[in-house]
Design a binder for this molecule. Structure first.
Ligand code: UT7
Length: 312
């Protein structure tokens, strides 16, 4: 049993914060941010706008896109690390807000920036086992909650948003979520973590060094496992943390830059929402077309890393 992608949706908060806006908030410059990260703007949620609000918008759009209703979904998996409430899960709250009456299960995964790959890994397992028919995978984050405005090295990097993908079971193992790999190394947690008082702590240069090897490693593993090469892949959609990490990874894998989807300039780093938002952006703008093969690597706090291979 496999799966196929039947719908997608995304939501970005209305407020756009440019690098020039950030210049007024921290000791930084548009030039530094563009050169070091490739970021130009990001979206920040309103104070009263929650992770659940953003996830609900994305989920509604995905349901409309798939032309189904919430009761057609029999599992929701949400990748998030920034939910306002410790419990219940964002997934259950999304089902409640959409008035689901079919008692479908929902849960959140906390894989930080690799969260959406962890969520896809779970979805693939449930489809392989033949246990669920339609699974909605959501990535939703309000990273602006965690920004420490006294730390310019992290304050400029993050943004908010949500994306949703709906997969349906299929007898083909060559469509939908074809393969996934997820890994972690908890010994490296000091490199990047959230403090109890909700501040991001990151050793940027050390995290960078890990990201430029572990993301391509996960991508290579998936290609080898699937018996394909870079030539067979139509698009690589990496976690959008930094343009230099994206370009260095592409080079290591032998991918031409034209095959790399970049949204870090528009969304900045939206952590567990990053790849889902990027894919939705690519569909909305007719960049990635249905039927194409997408390689989806990610990396983040934990350390966690992994990749998915999806025929969209
Ligand atoms: O999504 C989860 C995974 N996260 C990542 O993958 C992020 C990985 N790390 C990075 O992307 C990069 O390390 C950063 C973008 C965070 C930083 O870039 P960098 O080239 O590693 O800079 P750095 O930390 O080595 O700092 C270089 C200089 C320092 O000044 P001095 O000591 O050379 O005078 C910093 O103080 O840049 C300074 N700096 C800034 N200057 C202007 C740091 N942040 C800023 C800033 N504006 N916002």
């Amino acid at each position: 049993m496999g799966s196929r992608l039947i719908g997608y949706g995304s939501y970005l908060p209305e407020r756009v914060v440019t690098n020039f806006d950030l210049e007024k908030m921290v000791d930084t410059s548009d030039e530094w941010i563009v050169q070091r990260t490739g970021m130009r703007e990001r979206h920040f949620a309103r104070d009263d706008e929650t992770v659940v609000d953003m996830a609900v918008h994305a989920a509604r759009r995905a349901l409309d896109n798939a032309k189904i209703t919430i009761n057609d979904i029999d599992m929701v998996i949400v990748a998030t690390t920034s939910a306002e409430l410790d419990f219940p899960s964002v997934g259950v709250q999304v089902l409640g807000r959409l008035n689901a009456t079919n008692n479908a299960p929902a849960f959140d995964v906390r894989g930080a920036c690799t969260g959406y790959i962890y969520a896809l890994h779970c979805a693939r397992a449930f489809f392989s086992a033949g246990m669920h028919k339609r699974i909605m995978v959501i990535g939703a984050e309000k990273m602006s909650r965690f920004i420490d405005w006294n730390d310019r090295s992290t304050a400029v990097l993050f943004g908010d948003g949500a994306g949703a993908l709906i997969f349906e079971h299929s007898t083909s193992s060559y469509s939908g979520i074809i393969d996934t790999v997820v890994m972690s190394d908890g010994r490296e947690m000091d490199m990047l973590y959230g403090t109890p008082d909700h501040r991001i702590m990151m050793n940027g240069p050390e995290t960078y060094k890990k990201a430029v090897t572990l993301m391509p490693d996960a991508a290579s593993y998936i290609m080898e496992h699937a018996g394909i090469t870079a030539d067979n892949v139509d698009w690589i959609v990496p976690h959008q943390a930094n343009i230099r990490i994206i370009q260095s990874g592409a080079q290591r894998l032998g991918f031409p830059l034209e095959k790399i989807l970049v949204t870090v300039d528009k969304h900045a780093n939206t952590s567990g929402a990053s790849g889902v938002l990027a894919l939705a952006y690519a569909f909305d703008n007719n960049i990635i077309k249905h039927g194409q093969l997408v390689l989806y690597p990610a990396f983040g706090s934990g350390l966690t890393w992994g990749a998915a291979l999806i025929r969209v």
